[in-house]
Every structure is written in C-alpha cells, then in structure tokens.
Design a protein around this ligand. Sequence first.
Ligand SMILES: Cc1cc2nc3c(=O)[nH]c(=O)nc-3n(C[C@H](O)[C@H](O)[C@H](O)COP(=O)(O)OP(=O)(O)OC[C@H]3O[C@@H](n4cnc5c(N)ncnc54)[C@H](O)[C@@H]3O)c2cc1C
Length: 462
Amino acid sequence: MNTPSQEVIERLQLQLRGEVILPDDPGYDEARTIWNAMIDKRPAVIARCSGVADVMRSVEIAKEQNLLLSVRSGGHNIAGNALCDGGLAIDLSGMKSVHIDPHARRAYIEPGATLGDFDHEAQAFGLATSLGINSTTGVAGLTLGGGFGWLTRKYGMTVDNLVSVEIVTADGQRLWANAEQNADLFWAVCGGGGNFGIVTLFDFKLHPVGPDVMSGLVVYPFEQAKSVLNHYREYVKSIPDDLSVWAVLRKAPPLPFLPQEVHGTEVVIFAFMHAGDIEEGKRLVEPLRHFGKPVGEHIGVNPFTAWQQAFDPLLTLGARNYWKSHNFAELSDGAIDTVIEYVGKLPSPQCEIFIALLGGEANRVAADATAYAHRDVNFVLNVHGRWDEADQDEACVSWSRDFFDAATPYAMGGVYVNFMTEEETDRIGSAYGPNYDRLAEVKQKYDPDNLFHLNQNIKPGG
Ligand SMILES: Cc1cc2nc3c(=O)[nH]c(=O)nc-3n(C[C@H](O)[C@H](O)[C@H](O)COP(=O)(O)OP(=O)(O)OC[C@H]3O[C@@H](n4cnc5c(N)ncnc54)[C@H](O)[C@@H]3O)c2cc1C
C-alpha cells in the first residue's frame, strides 16, 4: 500500500470542504486521539470530512492511489481501527447532525453523532431507539456491529431498528441500501461492521421512551457474590422485556449512596432500567433488593438521558483499555465461579467484569435475518481491563487474557464483533458465525479489492 504523496495531499486539500490535517499541524495529536489510550497510530493525513461529497472524494483517491484507509466515527472502538499508520484516516467526527421526524418516528443520523447527541435530539420528543449504555460512544460503529443496550430486550438489537442507510462504497459511489434497494448490502451492514463502505447517514425507527424511566443500582458485597449471582440468573429468566438488569463486578467507585468503607472494595453491582410503567418497574425490581444484604442502593425515577450517561464517569477517554468478550446462553456454575475467582484478583481499581443481559426481542429474530447472527445469546460477558499507566500493561492484559481462557469452557464460542481487540483475527469466524460466507459474497460484490480492511475483516469471496 502507498503512502499519500505531496500531490495526493494537495488534491485532498483542494477537493475537500472539510479540514485536511497533517502531522505538523497543531491539531494533529488531538485529531489522532481516540478512546483507548493504548492506540498510538500516526496517519499520514486525516481527512475530516464535512459531508458525503468529501467522503466520496476521499474514497476515490484512496482507491486510485492504493492508500491504506481507516474510518473513524465516534472513535470508541477498542481495537483502534479508526486510525492507521502512514495512510489516510477518514474522520467523520464532524458530521454530527441528528434530525428527528416525530410524526413518522424516524431519526436521520450522521455518522459522527454520539449516543448523547442522538438522545438529546430524540428525547426532546420523548423518543429513543435501541442503542448502547455510554453516551460518548459513536452511533455508527455501534450500529454496524449489531448494537445493544437498555432497550434491546424491548426493541431488539440496534440493527433491528435500522431502516435504511446512505453509504459510499469502494468505487466512491453513494448508494441507498434498505430492504428494497441494494437489499444484500443492507443485510450486510446490519452487523457486518465497516466492511462494505462508509455509512454517511443512518435512518432509524423510533419508539416512545421516558422521558423518565425507573432505573438504578443495587450493590452487594463481594462475599455474597456467589449467592446473589445465583439469584440473578434465576430472576432474569422470568422478567419482562421492559426490564433489563446487568451485573458488574469491580471495586466500588466512590458513589455517594455507598458507605465510605465500601469504596474501593470488591462489589457486585446490579444496574437496571425499566422502559415501561414506573410503578410496574418498582414492583418488578423489588426482588433484586432481596438477593442478599445490599451495602447500598440507588433506585429512582431518572430522566432517560441521565440514565444513558450514568456510566460515563467510569468510561472516560484517556485510560488504557484491553477487552476480551464471550457470549453465553446461560450462566453456569462454572462461569460464575470463574468470574468470582478473577474479581478476587483485580489488577487495577478500574478493571471490571460485566455481564450484559440480552434476550427478549433481540432473540426473536432469525439468525440469518441480519448479518448480526447471535440470536441465541442471553448474556454478553466482557472482561474490561482498564488502567492508567503503561507499566501496568502486562499485569492488566494478562489478567484479562487469563480470565478469558478460564471462562472459555462455559461460553458459546461466538463473540460480539464490537468488543474484539485488534489481535483477535482468529475469532472472525466466531464473530460473524453462520453468516460469514454470505457476508464474503457481498464483500466480493461491493469491495472486491478489500479497500475497507481495517476492521474485523471479511475477505472478499471468503
Ligand atoms: C465505553 C464504551 C462503551 C460501550 N458500550 C457499548 C454498548 O453499550 N453497546 C454496544 O453495542 N457496544 C458498546 N460499545 C462498543 C461499541 O459498539 C464499539 O466500540 C463501536 O465500534 C464504537 O463505534 P464508534 O463509531 O464510536 O467507533 P469507531 O472507532 O469510530 O469505529 C469503529 C469501526 O467501525 C467502522 N466504522 C466507523 N464508522 C463507520 C462508518 N460511518 N461507516 C463504515 N464503517 C465505520 C470502522 O471499521 C471503525 O474502525 C462500547 C464501547 C466503549 C468504548
């Protein structure tokens, strides 16, 4: 692959409406900063696109010049493929518009918008769609991998709510893709990641949510972990789709409702949101408070937008992060014991293991209906290694990997593509599952030369 020549850089500068950022420019380091501080890549040029025309020009030039090409939207992906070394980084972070049509209950979202940008606009009309749990995450990357959060059990995966996309393919052309037009391409972008082109507009259906929701946290001491997790796995079998409850095991952050002596000790946190009637939500979460003897709880009626930001302080940009993830059909005794063993030896105060609850509407869709295939998964478990200093890399990465290996016998084998690290190319088959061959055919049709390969890559033709 070629490095952009001076002539290519000048063409970009002439032809783009947006900013073209070079290594000597004052904004360069800020522009190459993404969420995971372990990623330190240096693109030869960053094209901060202002609109579809800029994206089309940039793709054309990358293709013609055989440039290494990366695509960045929210910049949250753990693997750091939003950037490249020595190539052209297409940066969509400035394309942030979110247009809501409250009558049609539709949202038209540009790829640089974050979940917070979307919630701000949609909640002005009491509307939402199924997205993730951290407001600084990009709508684009999250959607393209499948997407799940508090509303998934009620309204399905993020891709189940996607109606249509505008996409620039490897030949620099702008296409619309939906169930009628370029249906093969639309199927592929609904879980096939950034393999097929650059999405420049997402069209979602919306649902009435909030503006207030019943949500909160119930916190148990680590000594009760085995018993409360046993209760949890039974409890979630019968809760309705309106309710989602996730479990997080970590050292307690200094939450104001926790006694000071609990801060910094290992705890089990059940975090929940009920997307329906408030009183019904209160009734439904009551058993959660009696799994054992909690050390604290914060249960209440919160604005949906506030709950969507509740975990932001624990997930700020700038820390070093290493993740490993497994899909589970059920939480077996072995899985629970392994979680407890590794939470007993957390290598940093920010490391955690979380268990996201899926199921509900997400599992009522056929595995081949969208590229996202994991319709039999009930829990996504993520080991989230997180720390501040480079000299802790070895300890935190090893802890994450060791936990992952120890938990493997109890897992399903599949993995959520959006939680994969850069080095996990051996898990690509597990990520796309039974849909891989069909995805490879679509890749062959729309990107035969694999221009878009900085991602969890699907090889053209298989
Ligand atoms: C703190 C945190 C919380 C998270 N919470 C959740 C959650 O609750 N639910 C969930 O499902 N996931 C969650 N994730 C994972 C998240 O879905 C992925 O990190 C996702 O890739 C982020 O998208 P982005 O646009 O911010 O990332 P980026 O790093 O900008 O993009 C990721 C990749 O997607 C591709 N891409 C990006 N934009 C485009 C585009 N417009 N067109 C084509 N390809 C594109 C590129 O290959 C790029 O490398 C979380 C991640 C973090 C770091």
